[in-house]
Structure formats: C-alpha cells, structure tokens
Ligand binder design. Structure first.
Ligand SMILES: C[C@H](N)C(=O)N[C@@H](CCC(=O)O)C(=O)O
Ligand SMILES: [Mg+2]
Length: 362
C-alpha cells in the first residue's frame, strides 16, 4: 500500500455555543482536513486544528507544512513500513505539530486498514467504550450554571470547568456550579495558564476551604513555567495536570523526573500525532502517572483517532474528547460513535470512516 497523494481540505463546523477559555473565544471550528491516497485505493483521513495560542499553528502554516514539506517526502512510501514514514515525518521540519498530527492520523488510519483491524485493537485493545467530560466555557457564573445544568440534563456526569479568566470570579463560579449540580457530578477545572503560581495556590486553597470537591486542576500556570507548576503541585492537595506544558516525550520526561505534576493531558495536536503520543503514554506508565486524552477544537475526524488511542491504553484513565459534542453538526459517517458522554469504537478497519464529504476537499 503505497502513498500516491496527500490532499488538503477545509473543514468548517459551527459550534453549538461560543467556546471560551482564559486564552481565546471561538464560534466555529475552521480546521484542515487531510486525506492520503494510496495505490490500492485505500484512503486515510486526518485533521489539524490551528490553535495558534497553544501550538503556534495557523491555517496557512498547517497548509504550507503539509503541502510543501511533508507531502513531497512521503509520496511513494509504503504503509507497511510505518516506522520509516514516522521518522521522515518527525525530521522533515521541527514543531508544526498540528500539521504532523493530521498526516500521522491519516497514516494510522491506513495502517489499520492495511491490517484490516480497528486501530484501537492494533494499539492494545484495552476497551471499546470510553466516557468523556464536557467543557463549560468561562463566563459569568449565572451563564456557567445554566450551561452546567444543561450538560447534566444531557447525561454528562463529569464537567470540565474553564477558569483562569478574572481570578477573583473563579471561586464564585465554582461555588455556583457545585450548588446547582449537586455532589454527584464530578468537576475538573482548567485554568489554561491563567494564574500566577502563588495566586493559583491561594485560589485552590480557597476552593478546598469552601469544601468544593474538584477532581484535578489542569494547567494552572504558564506553559513554560515548569518551576511554577511544581510549586503549585507541592502546595495544594488537589492533583495538578500538565496540558500546555507537555508537547513532546522530552517534555514529559523532564516534568515527570521533577515530579512537577500528578497527571498529564495528551493531545494529538500537541504531540504531532499518535506515534509520539504513544511514547508519552509509555513514559507516563513508567512513572505510574495517569493520563487524560484531550483534544483541541476538533471534529469527529481527528477526535476519533484520539478515542482509539485512549481506548487502547490502560494508563489513559481520563477523557476530554468533547470536540464532536461541542459541534452543531457532524459532517461524517463512520468513525467512533459519540452519544452524549459515551464514545464507542466500531469494529471497522482503521478509524472506520465510511463517508467523508467530497466537498471538503474541492
Ligand atoms: C475542547 C477541550 N475540552 C479543551 O478544553 N481543550 C483545550 C483547549 C482547546 C482550544 O483552545 O481549542 C484545553 O485546554 O484542554
Ligand atoms: Mg487544557
């Protein structure tokens, strides 16, 4: 199964409601779709999300990286030797992790099709169903309460609450939400780098003193501030998770050697795809550190790939794969089935897409 062409498309999907974090506000998904054609007629699909504030990747940088750097190196290579292809993909240019992720995902889709097995089975096959949280955007407390009640009514039992924007409001936000949803709903919080280390400790202690049980806090401080991350981890009782601080296996090694966090959020758009994500999973396993599989604002195309990885691995115990649940429409047939908080992997080879609209690539 040899690669004959790598094609780019534009994926535009309105969100149900604006997505707001301490870093940005977005109304729709405007992503790049990738399809890899082969001499056997098999097609692999992938997707890249241009999350400039986190990865530095933009629509035009992703398009340029795939078209001008990655595609020319990969045409003619055989899917059977996935390792050789991945070495080329890794070396052809540095960073550009979202562009690499889209291509890597499409390659793994083909890899699964070549071996006629669903990807999660080839990667370990630990389970075939996972349960995701849903994100509550950072807004005024009343709006966050309304969104939380609506999410619980739709069956979600874990809410990922965005905080870190106007720190003085964060305690009010969490108190209001906890009061509205009751004790049986799990709350995890994501500050998206919005706090300074001492501020984070003070807010988290206030949250603890108020008796507000939270499962963990994600990325309380700036991505580059590994010391600050450790300071927070050492001074609060809640588990601390690294998100924007960990892109590569080297980042994971450094942070875990320093015991700077308790948990890791792995996203294919940060790692450059599944190949590197598996290395981070192996490192985390060696340190006994549990992982969350997360996503950027992505459609079912790439979130299905993340779901396959998450389902395959025992150490991935937390799931934040709510991208498709935030979208107002699903343009694709096949892939994983997203039913509220439940994500079910299908017994179809590769990622299992049966219909991807041609219009995306024209
Ligand atoms: C969508 C997911 N639940 C999420 O919150 N992902 C990121 C932010 C993604 C973005 O800004 O596009 C995260 O910080 O965990
Ligand atoms: Mg995060």
């Amino acid at each position: 199964m040899k690669i004959t062409a790598i094609q780019l498309g534009h994926l535009s999907v309105p969100l149900k409601t604006p997505f707001k974090t301490a870093l940005r506000t977005v109304d729709s998904i405007e992503n790049i779709a990738v399809r890899i054609m082969t001499d056997t007629g098999h097609i692999g699909y992938g997707e890249a999300a241009p999350t400039a504030v986190i990865t530095g990747d933009t629509l035009s940088s992703i398009g340029g990286a795939v078209k001008n750097y990655i595609a020319p190196q990969l045409i003619g290579l055989d899917i059977e030797n996935l390792e050789a292809i991945m070495m080329k993909l890794d070396k052809v240019l540095v960073k550009n992790t979202s562009a690499k992720a889209a291509v890597d995902i499409a390659l793994y889709d083909l890899f699964g099709q070549y071996y006629k097995a669903p990807l999660y089975k080839l990667l370990g096959g630990f389970r075939k169903e996972i349960t995701t949280d849903i994100t509550i955007s950072v807004n005024m407390p009343e709006e966050m309460v309304r969104d939380s009640i609506s999410a619980v009514a739709r069956g979600y039992k874990t809410l990922k609450i965005k905080v870190g924007k106007d720190a003085r409001m964060d305690l009010k936000r969490l108190k209001a939400i906890r009061e509205a949803v009751g004790e049986n709903i799990q709350l995890r919080i994501d500050a998206n780098q919005g706090w300074k280390p001492k501020e984070a400790v003070s807010i988290l202690r206030d949250i603890e003193d108020a008796g507000l049980a939270i499962e963990f806090v994600e990325q309380p401080v700036a991505a580059h501030d590994f010391e600050g991350l450790k300071y927070v981890t050492d001074h609060v009782t809640f588990p601390v998770m690294a998100d924007e601080s960990i892109f590569s296996p080297k980042d994971a090694l450094k942070i875990l050697q320093e015991r700077a966090v308790d948990l890791i959020n792995i996203k294919l758009m940060k790692t450059g795809g599944i190949h590197q994500a598996l290395k981070i999973i192996a490192i985390a396993e060696a340190y006994g550190v549990e992982c969350m599989m997360g996503c950027m604002l992505e459609s079912k195309l790439s979130v299905t790939a993340a779901a396959h990885v998450a389902a395959a691995k025992n150490i991935v115990t937390k799931i934040d794969l709510d991208g498709p649940g935030l979208c107002s429409i699903d343009p694709f047939d096949g892939g994983a089935i997203f039913k509220g908080e439940r994500i079910l992997l299908q017994e179809i080879p590769g990622l299992g897409f049966t219909d991807v609209p041609e219009s995306i690539f024209s």
